[in-house]
Design a binder for this molecule. Structure first.
Ligand code: SAM
Length: 394
C-alpha cells in the first residue's frame, strides 16, 4: 500500500457497522476528540499515553486491505483498536498485562450485551458505612491526587462496585467492568495531565491564571463524571457476530497459535531519554490499584512521594537496552501470523532496524507512514518529525 494523505475525520469509516447510538446532546465535545464533525460515538474516549484513537480511521484503512478473521491485539491499552476490529466484525482477542486495561477490555470487547442500569448506578453511588478492604485511598493518598472528600468518594464507589450483587456471575463481571470503566475515566479526567506520575494536587487547587488544563473539568464532581462515563460505556456495548475475548497476560506468555493477524503496539522507548514512556505503571499505578483494590495497600511503595506501586517485572523488556531483543522475540513468537506493528519514528529501535528484524521472519515487509501530532508528546517540538508508522509483515 502506498502512502496516502488521510485526514482524521471519521466520516470515511467505510465498511464499519454504523455505530449503535447517536451522540447524546449532553456529552461534552472532548469526548469526541478525533471524531470531529461526526455525531456518532465510535470509540472509547481516552486520555492515555500512546492511545491510537486519533489514527483509527487510518488503521481502519490498513486493516481493511488485509484478509483475516482472527486477530490478537497484544498490547490492548484502552481497547480502542480492539474496538475498531470488533466493529469490523473480526474475532478479536484483547490483551494487556495490566489489570485495569484488562477490565476496560472486558467492558467493551468481550461484553456483548450487558449495560449498567439506573438502579445499578444508584446502588454504586450509595453511601456506605462498612469498608471490608479498608479505605485504601483515603488512608494512603491524602493530599496527593484528590481532595479528602473525593478520596472518600473513590473508596465508597470502588467498594460498592466490588460488592454489586443481584445478577449471575457472568452478568456481574461485565457490570463491574463497565462501572470500573467509568470510574477510571472519571479519575483520569480529574487529574492534571491525566496522569498519576506526580504528587501535584496543588496544581489543581492553586488560584492562579492557567495556561494549561481545565479547572472546571477538575472541579466537576466525581459523581457527575461517573454518570457521564457510564453513559459512554453503555453506548459502546454492542453484540458482534463473532466471539471476542479479553486476556490479561504478559505478551511473551500468550499462546501464539490461532491468530491470522497479531497487532503489536508496544510501549514506545524514546531515544536518548532516561525517562522513557515505557513505564505505564508509573503513570497509571492509581488505576491499577483500583483494579486490584483488595491487595493494593500491600503493593504501595511508601518510599515514593506519590505513593506509586511497587514495580512489576511485566514491562521490563521495553527498556532501551532490551527493546531490540524484545522485538526480535515477539516477531519470532508470532511468525506464523501476519504481523502488524504500530510504531513512530524517533524511538529505539529505529524504523529501519525494526524493518530489518521483521524481515528475519517475514518475506513481505511493508512500511506505511503518516505525519502525526501527538497530544502528550510533541517529539523534538517539530511536527514534521512526528511520523506514525505501520509495519506489515506477511
Ligand atoms: C502503546 S500502549 C497500547 C495503546 C493501545 N493500542 C491503545 O490504542 O490504547 C502499550 C500497552 O502495552 C501494555 N504492556 C506493556 N508491557 C506489556 C507486556 N509485557 N505484555 C502485555 N502488555 C504490555 C501497557 O499496559 C500499555 O497498555
Amino acid at each position: 500500500m502506498e502512502n496516502r494523505k488521510h485526514d482524521f475525520i471519521v466520516s470515511d469509516f467505510r465498511g464499519v457497522t454504523p455505530v449503535i447510538m447517536p451522540m447524546k446532546k449532553n456529552i461534552p465535545r472532548y469526548l469526541m476528540e478525533g471524531n470531529n464533525n461526526n455525531d456518532l460515538h465510535i470509540s472509547p474516549s481516552t486520555r492515555f499515553q500512546g492511545s491510537k484513537r486519533k489514527i483509527l480511521p487510518w488503521l481502519h484503512e490498513i486493516f481493511g486491505d488485509l484478509q483475516f478473521n482472527t486477530v490478537l491485539d497484544a498490547f490492548g491499552g484502552t481497547g480502542c483498536v480492539s474496538y475498531l476490529l470488533k466493529r469490523m466484525g473480526k474475532k478479536v482477542t484483547f490483551n494487556d498485562c495490566f489489570r485495569w486495561n484488562y477490565i476496560l477490555g472486558q467492558a467493551i470487547i468481550s461484553n456483548n450485551c450487558v449495560t449498567i442500569s439506573d438502579n445499578d448506578i444508584n446502588q454504586i453511588l450509595s453511601p456506605r458505612d462498612d469498608y471490608p478492604w479498608g479505605k485504601v485511598v483515603s488512608n494512603n493518598f491524602k493530599d496527593i491526587y484528590y481532595l479528602d472528600s473525593e478520596n472518600e468518594w473513590i473508596d465508597t464507589v470502588t467498594t460498592n462496585i466490588l460488592e454489586l450483587s443481584g445478577y449471575t456471575n457472568k452478568i456481574l463481571r461485565y457490570k463491574k467492568a463497565l462501572a470500573f470503566y467509568a470510574l477510571f475515566q472519571a479519575c483520569l479526567v480529574k487529574r492534571p495531565f491525566n496522569l498519576f506520575h506526580r504528587k501535584n494536587l496543588n496544581l489543581r487547587l492553586r488560584d492562579v491564571p492557567r495556561s494549561f488544563g481545565n479547572k472546571t473539568t477538575w472541579d466537576k464532581p466525581f459523581a457527575d463524571w461517573f454518570r457521564l462515563f457510564i453513559e459512554e460505556a453503555n453506548c459502546l456495548v454492542f453484540s458482534s457476530q463473532n466471539i471476542c475475548r479479553t486476556i490479561n497476560s504478559d505478551v511473551f506468555k500468550i499462546n501464539p497459535s490461532c491468530y491470522d493477524i497479531v497487532y503489536l503496539d508496544p510501549p514506545y522507548v524514546k531515544k536518548a531519554r532516561e525517562r522513557s514512556s515505557t513505564k505505564y505503571l508509573r503513570y497509571y499505578h492509581f488505576l491499577e490499584g483500583l483494579a486490584t483494590y483488595h491487595s493494593w495497600a500491600d503493593r504501595i511503595d511508601f518510599s515514593t512521594r506519590n505513593r506509586r506501586m511497587k514495580e512489576s517485572c511485566k514491562e521490563i523488556p521495553f527498556t532501551p537496552n532490551k527493546v531490540i531483543d524484545s522485538f526480535d522475540q515477539l516477531f519470532k513468537k508470532y511468525e506464523n501470523s501476519t504481523i502488524v506493528v504500530s510504531y513512530k519514528a524517533g524511538g529505539i529501535p529505529s524504523v529501519d532496524t525494526l524493518k530489518r528484524l521483521l524481515k528475519k521472519y517475514k518475506n513481505n515487509v511493508r512500511l506505511i507512514t503518516k505525519p502525526y501530532t501527538y497530544a502528550l508528546n510533541r517529539q523534538n517540538g517539530d511536527k514534521k518529525l512526528n511520523r506514525e508508522c505501520v509495519l506489515i509483515g506477511e
